[in-house]
Design a protein around this ligand. Structure first.
Ligand SMILES: N[C@@H](CCC(=O)N[C@@H](CS)C(=O)NCC(=O)O)C(=O)O
Length: 206
């Protein structure tokens, strides 16, 4: 019989059905085969405790026992350290630094203009072209290796997959020559963990 002390406390993810950043975290949680519960936040009427847990009052916010952690990249890193299998961050310092720098660049140059407020329509259009040509030039990498950082999946792939999923919604079409990127994208989408990460809103995006 379960005693109070043996009861498992599920992690709680504050998420929305369409948030590209929360999608990253859902993907990592599924890749790690974690059990968790989701609080589906209505951003127009946020639950009061969200601001207590996260001073920025945003999703994704993950609560793991006494810890509330936010910022999708920090949450992905925390999950990888707390649940090391399968590993999603390389072990050597130089590779780790490279992965972190790439995440920073993708967030600033690709995600921010497309998913953050404060950008003009012209900046958004310019960012779409940057993303389209960026994924096209990554084709040379995907022609040689299965994932962005090598043969194993990393948090870089977990960060990019939700953007790739949203390309049709954003009106971004990959050029025909970017076949290897398209194959990479299909490989990610075919993963059980990715399929499980999708909310009903996201399922309807494609
Ligand atoms: N840099 C943050 C961005 C999170 C973010 O922008 N979340 C949006 C939803 S996709 C949000 O909570 N917006 C409501 C608000 O800022 O008040 C991350 O990577 O987690």
């Amino acid at each position: 019989m379960a005693t109070p002390s043996s009861k498992k406390t599920l992690m709680t993810l504050y998420s929305t059905g369409d948030c590209v950043y929360a999608h990253r975290v859902r993907f990592v949680l599924e890749e790690k085969a974690m059990e968790y519960q989701t609080i589906d936040v209505d951003l127009a009427r946020k639950p009061e405790d969200l601001a207590e847990l996260n001073p920025y009052n945003q999703v994704p916010t993950l609560v793991d026992r006494d810890l509330a952690i936010y910022e999708s990249v920090l949450v992905m890193e925390y999950l990888d350290e707390r649940f090391p299998h399968p590993p999603l961050i390389p072990v050597d310092p130089i590779s780790r630094a490279k992965v972190r720098l790439a995440l920073l660049r993708f967030d600033r140059d690709w995600f921010a203009p497309l998913f953050q407020p404060g950008f003009s329509p012209a900046q958004v259009e310019a960012a779409k072209e940057v993303v389209r040509s960026g994924f096209a030039s990554l084709s040379t990498i995907f022609a040689q290796q299965r994932f962005l950082f090598g043969e194993e999946m990393t948090i870089l792939d977990c960060a990019l997959a939700p953007l790739l999923w949203r390309l049709p919604m954003l009106g971004i079409t990959l050029p025909a020559a970017a076949q290897a990127t398209t194959a990479y994208m299909e490989r990610l989408f075919a993963l059980d963990s990715f399929q499980r990460s999708l909310t009903s809103v996201e399922k309807a995006m494609r």
